[in-house]
Structures are given as structure tokens and as C-alpha cells.
Design a protein around this ligand. Structure first.
Ligand SMILES: [Zn+2]
Ligand SMILES: [Zn+2]
Length: 380
């Protein structure tokens, strides 16, 4: 079976914007929707083809792969061999509310199923100190979430009673009526689509089947975690409807600042000062590191601003791939206050060095003369 080009299927240019793709798909979906052409196999094929093309072209990643490698670039998934009904999942968004109108999800046995829905995902923002992020830590968090009511096991009905069939929709969850060409199906307002109505509500949850609880959880923070990284605790989100799985909890980490270290990837940066004699003559400095103070040997004649690399002294990699490096920049410490003796010494040093410096400047000027002469010879 040969596949048609997705851009051709939707009738758009290869340079089409997201909006153009969306609107092209909307037109085709409305045109070929099986509800409008019952029994028309060709229309159904076109409808599926458009949905498949849209599923790929609306996803920047998939579209990129398709642009480069064609159908082969997509491998399995939505555009793989066969037809994946889950691509209808976001169909309602496309049609802007018309999804309900068509009763999606009942089509082809996939997509939006009515009935129990998965619990909502939760987000928890966790602050950790810099040291905790460097070493890794374990902490207890309290997460407010909706849980299934224990008294009624989520049914919402008081003990000894059960939900009754909704009178308005006769248990269908939908109310259908004629409007122009179409039979319009609306979610039943009485039972909210469940088809059942609670007559005697459970006292603990007042019929909702759910209660708000604070849950205590222990979270392991791996060493090397950085601000913005998140951990997923599967199944620790809100409880789902009866028989449906719970959502997940995402713990988003925020790492505090450190007075000395600045982080960039797995590397750390810090700045220390050294006295002028230490930089001139060389010496040993104490520098902070994650493992405590370390010695840094500064060679004689080190310029202020020189950075030294302490290999493997950086942040641990969060995936366990070793450690980064620590870069220490050494700056000259210029004292604001001097003792009388220090002042004399610096002045004496200054006199010897200033005359030396002045001499060097003169020498340099002499050395440059021939150069300017040469330039004059060439351009003059
Ligand atoms: Zn109803
Ligand atoms: Zn209850």
C-alpha cells in the first residue's frame, strides 16, 4: 500500500503554518466525517487519512522527522502501519466544542471514552538548598490531593443505596435531538454523562465520591539536581474515577543560591582573592570545594583574573555520569587599609617598579619607531 504525502492529503504547502494545517484538517474532518456520510467507505478512508496526516504535521517533532525522512522517519506510533485511534484524543480541541456534537470517541473504538477517567497530575514545587542538591537528600513533603472516598469507595452513594438510572437520558449519558440535518448529542446535564444519578449521597463526601486529603510522601532528591528539573512519582497524583488509574505527581525542584559557587551545567565557578605578593611570588591558597577546603597552588607570576581548573571537583552529574569541574578565578586583593609599615614597603616597591615601568614604556616607544617609519615609507 502506498501512502499519500501528508501535505497533499491536507492540501497545504510544505511551508504551511500550524494554523493553516489546523484549519485545513478541520475542513476535511467536517467534510468526510462518517456521521455526515454514513456508510461511505471512501469518505471514512479520507477521514482517517486526514486525521493521520494531521497527527503528524501538528506535532513539530513528528513533522520534522517526516520532512527529513518521509513516512520512513516516523517508525511506529500514530503514523505507523495501521491506524491509531488515539489520534482523536485532541479532536475536540480542533473542532472547538464540536467534538461533543459528533460524539467522538465512540468512533473506531478509541479516543475519548466516556466513563472513568484517569486522576489529574499534580505539581509540587520543592525548594532545596545548594548543599542538598550537591549531596542528594531525602525529604518529606505533604501534598494536598483528591482521594477516593473510603466510606463509599468512590461511588458517592450512602451505604445500602446505589445510584439510579438517570431519568432525563434513560442511562445513556447523552440527550439526542434533531437540528437541521443532524442528530445532535449533548452530554446529559442531569447526570453529567454518567447515566446514573445518586439519590442518597454518602455523608463523608456529599456524593462526590472524593475527599481532599494531605498525603505525606518521602521524596529522594538525587545528587546533582538542578533548578527546573522534575521528578515524576507515578501514581501519586489525584485518584481517578472508579476503576481508573490515579494521576502522577511531578516534584519540580528549585535550588537555592550558594555564597561561593555558581553553577553552569555540571561545572562550578568561584572566585577567591590572593595578596599581590602571593601572585607575584607564588603561594598556596585555601579554596572552598564541595568536599571542604582544598589547597590551590598558585605559580609565581600569576596574573589577576587567572582561572584554575580543579578537575572532578564540580557538581555530581544527576544521571550518575561522574562530576563536573571546579573553576576558581584568582583576583588580586587590593587592601583599602595599610599599616604604616606596609605603606612604606608598598611605596618603596612602587618607586622601584614605577621607574622600571617608565623605562619599559620608553623602550617600547623606541621599538615602535622603525615600524611607523616603515609605514610612512609604504604609504607616505
Ligand atoms: Zn442523564
Ligand atoms: Zn463517599
Amino acid at each position: 500500500m502506498t501512502r499519500r504525502d501528508y501535505y497533499e492529503v491536507l492540501g497545504v504547502e510544505r511551508s504551511a503554518t500550524e494554523q493553516e494545517i489546523k484549519s485545513a484538517y478541520r475542513k476535511l474532518a467536517l467534510k468526510y466525517h462518517p456521521d455526515r456520510r454514513p456508510g461511505d467507505k471512501d469518505a471514512e478512508e479520507r477521514f482517517k487519512e486526514a486525521a493521520e496526516a494531521y497527527a503528524v504535521l501538528a506535532d513539530p517533532e513528528k513533522r520534522g522527522a517526516y520532512d527529513r525522512f518521509g513516512h520512513a522517519g516516523l517508525g511506529g506510533g500514530a503514523a505507523g502501519p495501521g491506524f491509531d485511534p488515539t489520534i482523536f484524543a485532541d479532536f475536540g480541541d480542533i473542532l472547538g466544542g464540536l467534538g461533543d456534537f459528533f460524539g467522538f470517541g465512540d468512533l473506531f473504538g478509541g479516543g475519548r471514552r466516556r466513563g472513568p477517567h484517569r486522576g489529574a497530575d499534580l505539581r509540587y514545587d520543592l525548594e532545596v538548598t545548594f548543599d542538598e542538591s550537591a549531596r542528594g537528600t531525602e525529604t518529606t513533603i505533604q501534598v494536598p490531593r483528591e482521594e477516593t472516598c473510603e466510606s463509599c469507595r468512590g461511588s458517592g452513594s450512602a451505604a445500602g443505596s446505589g445510584p439510579e438510572v438517570c431519568r432525563q437520558c434513560g442511562g445513556q449519558g447523552q440527550v439526542r435531538y434533531q437540528q437541521g440535518f443532524f442528530t445532535v448529542a449533548r452530554t446529559c446535564g442531569m447526570c453529567h454523562g454518567t447515566g446514573r444519578v445518586i439519590t442518597k449521597p454518602c455523608g463523608s463526601c456529599r456524593g462526590s465520591g472524593r475527599v481532599a486529603r494531605e498525603r505525606k510522601l518521602t521524596v529522594k532528591i538525587p545528587a546533582g539536581i538542578a533548578t527546573g528539573q522534575r521528578m515524576r512519582l507515578v501514581g501519586e497524583g489525584e485518584h481517578g474515577g472508579p476503576g481508573a488509574p490515579p494521576g502522577d505527581l511531578y516534584v519540580v525542584v528549585h535550588v537555592g543560591e550558594h555564597p561561593f559557587f555558581k553553577r553552569d551545567g555540571d561545572d562550578l565557578y568561584g572566585e577567591v582573592t590572593a595578596s599581590y605578593p602571593c601572585l607575584v611570588l607564588g603561594g598556596r591558597l585555601k579554596v572552598p570545594s564541595l568536599d571542604g577546603e582544598q589547597n590551590l597552588d598558585v605559580p609565581a607570576g600569576t596574573a589577576s583574573g587567572t582561572a584554575f581548573r580543579l578537575k572532578g571537583q564540580g557538581m555530581p552529574n544527576v544521571s550518575g555520569r561522574g562530576r563536573g569541574d571546579l573553576y576558581v578565578q584568582v583576583r588580586v586583593d587590593v587592601p583599602r587599609k595599610l599599616t604604616r609599615e606596609q605603606r612604606k614597603l608598598v611605596e618603596a616597591l612602587g618607586q622601584t617598579m614605577d621607574s622600571e615601568h617608565a623605562e619599559r614604556v620608553e623602550r617600547d616607544a623606541d621599538a615602535e619607531k622603525p615600524f611607523f617609519e616603515r609605514v610612512k615609507d609604504i604609504f607616505g
